[in-house]
Design a protein around this ligand. Structure first.
Ligand SMILES: Cc1cc2nc3c(=O)[nH]c(=O)nc-3n(C[C@H](O)[C@H](O)[C@H](O)COP(=O)(O)OP(=O)(O)OC[C@H]3O[C@@H](n4cnc5c(N)ncnc54)[C@H](O)[C@@H]3O)c2cc1C
Length: 416
């Protein structure tokens, strides 16, 4: 049986893509070796970051570079044994982390972030999962008053776009989060527009159930490779061969590996990250996620407990777990909120798929008609999945896309 489209990978990005295609009347098969939303889209901090337009830059001031090199920071760390493997990506990321490129990424982010809440809302309502998402914004906390002016400048750029991003007083902070300890803090920024999900995997699974309800087919199988014969693409799995005229790669951090084999070399890297759940002491409650600006961790309230997430670790995707960043920030997290014992047997590890300019790739594979690329959303794939899914579905079906897709094209890496 030949399908219209095969979507490879059922994380937030793949599931949302599959829904948008099936809604356009196509016969769509979604393939994953696991259930939907059980990898990166399971382990994130659950933030739907309407405010997340500023790219995460690699630190370029000498002091920060030395601190990273000496492994003195908790927001960024690396494996010495992986350095040769990750150095080409790191160098490109370092070079892209300048003011001019950051401004271009910000501008390119405007239309897709403008759509991120609406795109989730439409799916949540249809899937019956609005109960998984709270609409209270999130808080960025500052221990060093010296970090506030730069954050304020970015907040002003968000306010210029009509978003709510304001410094609040310690009294207001206490009112919003009465169990947060504020003695170590010099300030707090409240992003009012973002949402947060209490169970990211359950949200993706609810979208996957909607996809099947709309007539889509889910196949659980390990994808071994992709080949083309004329206008037909064949996806080899451990059990069978699936055929279609169009294939969308939504394999998140595994996308590069699959595409290297078909000869499409893209400069994608991964920023690994960890999480662990903790019990709150007594009746302490956290109503919205908080980010510690100095140490780079998030504490996010989840159905399972308080999820502590780490910053970035640069290492081969398949290198062993080293949750040192989590261990180092745990005492700092306890300065802020009364976390008791861990609820997990061991920390979870995942990989954010990232490009040097911190923009995803959304569009056709250069020189490979029928092959589409949709991955590399970095720190914000949970946020952006449904918004960029709508964009790529419009491109595949020949509609006018709601945003100019040029900035997300894989062509941008040609000659660089
Ligand atoms: C610690 C951490 C915190 C984060 N916090 C946030 C946040 O708060 N907000 C936010 O927006 N984003 C956040 N992110 C980023 C976000 O989680 C990712 O950008 C997003 O989940 C990527 O989704 P995806 O669908 O592209 O990839 P994935 O969810 O990883 O999906 C890829 C799928 O491909 C499948 N697959 C891979 N290889 C094969 C194969 N050979 N055969 C079959 N199937 C295969 C996998 O099983 C998987 O289901 C965070 C990430 C981390 C690590």
């Amino acid at each position: 049986m030949k399908r219209d489209v095969l979507v490879l990978g059922a994380g937030m990005v793949g599931v949302a893509t599959a829904i948008h295609l099936v809604k356009r009347g196509m016969a769509v098969t979604l393939v994953d070796r696991r259930g939907a939303g059980e990898e990166t889209s399971y382990g994130n901090a659950g933030l739907i970051q309407r405010e997340g337009l500023h790219p995460y830059l690699f630190p370029r001031d000498l002091r920060s570079v030395i601190e990273v090199a000496l492994k003195q920071r908790t927001d960024a760390d690396y494996h010495i044994s992986s350095l040769a493997a990750v150095a080409p990506f790191l160098w490109r990321y370092f070079r892209s982390s300048n003011a001019q490129r950051a401004a271009q990424t910000f501008a390119a982010n405007v239309p897709i972030y403008a759509n991120c809440l609406e795109a989730h809302q439409a799916l949540m309502e249809e899937a019956g999962s609005t109960n998984l998402v709270a609409k209270r914004g999130w808080l960025r906390l500052f221990r060093d008053a010296g970090d506030i002016p730069a954050a304020e400048r970015q907040a002003k750029e968000l306010r210029d776009l009509g978003l709510g991003a304001d410094m609040i007083s310690m009294e207001d902070l206490n009112e919003l989060e009465p169990h947060l300890r504020t003695d170590a803090l010099e300030g707090a920024l409240h992003y009012r527009d973002p949402w947060n999900c209490s169970d990211p995997s359950a949200l993706v699974k609810s979208y996957a159930a909607l996809f099947e309800k709309l007539g889509g087919e889910f196949v659980q199988a390990e994808i071994a490779g992709v080949t083309r014969d004329g206008a037909t693409w064949t996806v080899k799995t451990n059990g069978s061969e699936l055929k279609a005229d169009q294939v969308v790669v939504t394999l998140g951090p595994w996308s590069k590996r699959m595409l290297d084999v078909v000869g499409l070399k893209l400069p994608m890297g991964v920023k690994r990250g960890y999480h662990e759940h903790f019990k709150a002491a007594g009746n302490a409650v956290l109503s919205r996620p908080v980010l510690d600006s100095e140490y780079g961790f998030v504490i996010a309230p989840m159905a399972r407990g308080l999820r502590l997430t780490s910053g970035a670790e640069f290492a081969r995707q398949d290198a062993p777990k080293t949750p040192i960043q989590l261990q180092k920030v745990l005492p700092r997290a306890r300065d802020l909120f009364p976390l008791e014992e861990s609820l997990d047997a061991e920390p979870w590890l995942g990989s954010r798929p990232v490009f040097p300019d911190m923009l995803p790739v959304v569009g056709p594979a250069p020189g490979m008609p029928g092959l589409w690329l949709h991955f590399g959303h970095g720190h914000q794939g949970f946020t952006l999945g449904p918004a960029t899914a709508e964009l790529i579905a419009q491109m595949i079906s020949g509609e006018t896309p709601y945003a100019d897709p040029t900035p997300y094209s894989a062509e941008r890496f040609k000659g660089h």
